[in-house]
Design a protein around this ligand. Sequence first.
Ligand SMILES: NC(=O)C1=CN([C@@H]2O[C@H](COP(=O)(O)OP(=O)(O)OC[C@H]3O[C@@H](n4cnc5c(N)ncnc54)[C@H](OP(=O)(O)O)[C@@H]3O)[C@@H](O)[C@H]2O)C=CC1
Ligand SMILES: CC(=O)[C@@H](O)[C@H](O)COP(=O)(O)O
Ligand SMILES: [Mn+2]
Length: 384
Amino acid sequence: MKKNICVLGCTGSIGRNVVEIVQRFPDRYRTLVLAAGDNVSLLAEQIKRLEPEVVVVRTEAHAMQLMAMDCARKVTVLFGEKGYEAAATHPDVDMVVAAIVGAAGLLPTVAAVKAGKALALANKESLVMGGKLLMSLAREKGVDILPVDSEHSAIFQCLAGQRKKDVAKLLLTASGGPFRTLDKKSFSTIRPEDALAHPTWSMGRKISIDSATLMNKGLEVIEAMHLFSVPVEKIDVVVHPQSIVHSMVAFCDGSVMAQMGVPDMKGAISLALSWPERLPLDLPLPDFSRMNLHMEKPDLERFPCLRLAFEAAQEGGIFPAVLNAANEVAVEAFLQSRVSFTEIPELITETLLQTENRFVDDMAELIEADAAARVLARSFVERS
Ligand SMILES: NC(=O)C1=CN([C@@H]2O[C@H](COP(=O)(O)OP(=O)(O)OC[C@H]3O[C@@H](n4cnc5c(N)ncnc54)[C@H](OP(=O)(O)O)[C@@H]3O)[C@@H](O)[C@H]2O)C=CC1
Ligand SMILES: CC(=O)[C@@H](O)[C@H](O)COP(=O)(O)O
Ligand SMILES: [Mn+2]
């Protein structure tokens, strides 16, 4: 039987890869629901190719624009928060791929879990913000969360068939980003186009900047804590510029398992769609005969975002959500050239310092904390 899929964030870097895989395996998958943000023209193309029943866009104006197009005649067009929720909970959908970027992905992801849908999770921000709540909801609903993030997919694969009590450490690999070897004195002159040029992966704009500051790895540490129920003390980051080892797990007997492959997200995405099966993707194998795999320690002094994320993970409460919100504001401001590269961690630090931490037990409080952190962070952008 075909698996009916809803792709949240179908027009993004992850979403386009999902669409490619679905088109390649039409006997296995059908995209019943496609949810984009603002890219109406790409969504229109995807509608022609995939013939979904339902599509969602961010605004009513986008929905009107789409409905005026020939390709959307037979499609139900929805928009906004209610639209994403309807998409994620559509009764005929078997699996939701959560690939909206940032905090905007939280509510549809929660809706999918509440509706008991299998979840292929790319949107790491939802776990950073509300990991405890989301994971306990998933347990309550018996929902399988299949990680799409390459490191978490790697760890998931290394853990398969292992006993949790035998795990000594999760070792998350980081490429180190485009400035791994750059002198700290030059950091203040980094331009958005320099930071967007990721050395190994092709990804959306926000995550590319996060990789350049190493905040991506910080967010991934928090994501791993929740996904694998492991305390932060059992998670290490290893810089590995070639991005061939996607991550590793060390066990109590000193054995270390690594998952490897070329840096192409189709591997992790297809595994989340097909687990426990594997699809014949024909990706090239890494050329080990020419490779000298390099690993080194992360430099927390040049990349303070990673340190901030470790600290927020240790603090818990609303701090990871505040860190995430401030980071989203800072990255957006950096992309608009309103703050410099070195001001990104400064702005996050200021936001955390001005926030009193507290522990919350519902999503509404978490969203309130996110909103308050954004107001603070934006005020720092205005001042800078
Ligand atoms: N790219 C990668 O290789 C990896 C990504 N991830 C994670 O996956 C997620 C997606 O990343 P990526 O694909 O790179 O991001 P992109 O920026 O390429 O795509 C983001 C997607 O989200 C949609 N979107 C943006 N804002 C909103 C909003 N407010 N409401 C609804 N939809 C919105 C966009 O729509 P539109 O374009 O139509 O406006 C687009 O479809 C992120 O959380 C990222 O951290 C994790 C591992 C690897
Ligand atoms: C592909 C993927 O999973 C990204 O999150 C990737 O890890 C980014 O690279 P960095 O290791 O540079 O953050
Ligand atoms: Mn990753």
